[in-house]
Design a protein around this ligand. Structure first.
Ligand SMILES: C[S@@+](CC[C@H](N)C(=O)[O-])C[C@H]1O[C@@H](n2cnc3c(N)ncnc32)[C@H](O)[C@@H]1O
Length: 417
């Protein structure tokens, strides 16, 4: 039961900063915590829960409060999501807020438009309705309203999954094997792992199961030349390196120095010795050109709207728009074309996003194949089966949080002739 000493005022201050929606919520929140070092762990946990809770349900909380200042939204979250009663709330309420509570409670979501029920902007509700139909879209919306579980990947260079499961459970952390990824572990809770020995020793990494599965579509082999074209902080790169048994050559490209810098400590823990991180200026960087036609496997984990990751980044649904999606789609098209030039005859190109929108996915791939007939689409389910992953979503890999319990991912496997 929530204590009457909730740091509600601090949570509202943090929420106000986040609600500007001009910077990723996690960045704003980290800054707020840095600027307020006196906050204890419990206070921080409550503030983060409230801020992300309000972001998840902003639309319905606005409907319940009339319009919704950050303070009203925070109170509405305590009432509607946390189920706080009047007695628990009273110490936090000011003047007329006392009368607002019954009104906040009263809103029946079933009477509201779908976009309010699903807690998304109108444009996204319309897209989901067109793509999935009302029932499946409602299931997806529900799944995306809940926080994601903590998934780990066992680094097979350093440990075996069965052993890691035993170690984690013996340490009192309830852990089970993920249903699809052969190296995934799903945690029942969210223990802090930063100082945990197996984490520091590189036996485990934090990685969503869906993200792990993309590595099995690339399926690099020992001794190959492999490029992770949009490597970021290296989530997928590290798995590719482990699948290569740290042999051959693995390049990690990215235009973001900050993201590549985050790869460094992870790389150190991982024990990989075949990885070359490379900062590039754009997808047309001249350093890329010398690798043209030489690469066995290329992964393009393209920058995208992140609409499949709303469980983790609920602010994205308020920060993206049809215009930003159109811009991303043009960027994705350019990156895929540039990356494809690296692939040697017989080589493999995997295009992936964590979006669920066809304009960032199927449409990008279909236009690419039409313009580049040397590439053919391979069946993703067959490739996964070869990797001992039993998951059939058709030619394309389409991971849906409502069906698969992973983040939403799309991937297409293309083979060059
Ligand atoms: C979806 S994220 C990659 C996440 C990463 N693969 C992982 O698993 O952690 C997309 C990345 O593309 C990078 N990016 C954006 N434009 C790019 C470009 N023109 N060429 C290469 N990378 C680019 C971004 O900096 C970002 O790190």
């Amino acid at each position: 039961m929530p204590s009457p000493y909730l740091p509600l005022e601090q949570a509202i201050t943090a929420l106000r900063a986040v609600m500007a929606l001009d910077t990723p919520a996690d960045v704003v929140l980290s800054r707020y915590f840095r600027e307020n070092p006196m906050l204890g762990n419990k206070d921080r946990a409550f503030i983060a829960e409230l801020v992300f809770g309000v972001l998840r349900r902003k639309r319905s909380l606005e409907a319940a409060t009339g319009k919704g200042t950050p303070r009203q939204l925070a109170l509405a979250w305590l009432v509607r999501v946390q189920g706080m009663n009047m007695r628990q709330l009273e110490p936090h309420l000011r003047g007329p807020e006392l009368d607002m509570v019954p009104q906040i409670k009263a809103l029946d979501l079933a009477t509201q438009p779908l976009a309010v029920q699903w807690d998304v902007p109108d444009w996204l509700a319309e897209r989901w309705l067109a793509i999935y139909g009302a029932e499946a879209a409602a299931r997806l919306a529900q799944a995306l309203l809940h926080p994601a579980p903590l998934d780990l990947r066992v680094n097979t260079l350093r440990a075996r999954r069965d052993d890691m499961l035993a170690v984690l459970n013996a340490a009192g952390m309830s852990a089970t094997a993920t249903p699809y990824s052969p190296v995934g572990v799903r945690m029942a809770d969210k223990p802090v792992l930063a100082k945990y020995k197996p984490f520091l020793e590189g036996q485990i990494e934090i990685q969503d199961e869906g993200s792990q599965l993309l590595g099995y579509l690339v399926a690099p082999r020992r001794g190959e030349m492999v490029v992770d074209f949009c490597a970021g902080a290296g989530g997928k790169t590290l798995l590719l390196g482990a699948l290569m048994h740290s042999t051959g050559r693995l390049y990690a490209f990215d235009v973001s120095e900050k993201r590549l810098a985050k790869l460094k400590p992870r790389l150190k823990r991982s024990g990989l010795s075949n990885l070359t991180p490379q900062l590039i200026t754009s997808e047309n960087d001249t350093r890329i050109k010398r690798l043209a036609g030489k690469i066995d496997r290329v992964l393009v984990d393209a920058p995208c709207s992140g609409m499949g990751t709303l469980r983790r980044n609920p602010d994205l649904k308020w920060r993206q728009s049809p215009d930003s999606v159109a811009e991303l789609s043009a960027k994705q098209t350019a990156i895929l074309a540039a990356a494809s030039r690296l692939v040697k005859p017989g080589g493999r190109l995997v295009y992936a996003t964590c979006s669920l929108l066809p304009e960032e996915n199927e449409q990008v791939v279909e236009a690419f194949i039409a313009a580049n007939p040397r590439f053919v689409l391979k069946n993703a389910a067959e490739i996964l089966q070869q990797q001992h992953v039993a998951l059939d979503t058709g030619d394309y890999l389409r991971l849906n949080p409502a069906e698969h319990g992973t983040d939403g991912f799309f991937a297409a496997v293309l083979e060059a002739s």
